[in-house]
Design a protein. Structure first.
Length: 105
């Protein structure tokens, strides 16, 4: 999950994972991680690179299932937006907890 994050962001996210008591998931395969999120095997996933072919289908499925796909600043994910950073979660509560624990420093 943190593989492509800049070093400072990676360290902060890993420390945040310890703070929230959750091992940071990471399969290095967006397609697999979206499926794990949809089946409940993961509660959230953090991505740095946001190429539309990796995230547009998964983000749509997660949203249709009641989940959240947003940029680190809280704006909804859109495939035409080429900024870095994406946090996807099973629901609003999990998204807020993950963002607060991993990204607010």
């Amino acid at each position: 999950m943190t593989r492509f994050l800049p070093p400072a962001s990676r360290a902060a996210a890993e420390a945040g994972g310890e703070r929230i008591g959750e091992l940071l998931p990471g399969q290095h395969c967006a397609g697999r991680e979206y499926l794990d999120l949809l089946t409940g095997a993961q509660h959230f996933v953090l991505f740095w690179r946001t190429l539309p072919w990796d995230h547009a289908p998964g983000a749509l499925l997660v949203r249709e299932a009641g989940g959240v796909a947003r940029r680190f600043d809280g704006t909804d994910y859109h495939p035409a937006d080429d900024r870095l950073g994406l946090l996807v979660a099973a629901d609003e509560r999990v998204w807020a907890q993950a963002r607060d624990g991993l990204l607010d420093h």
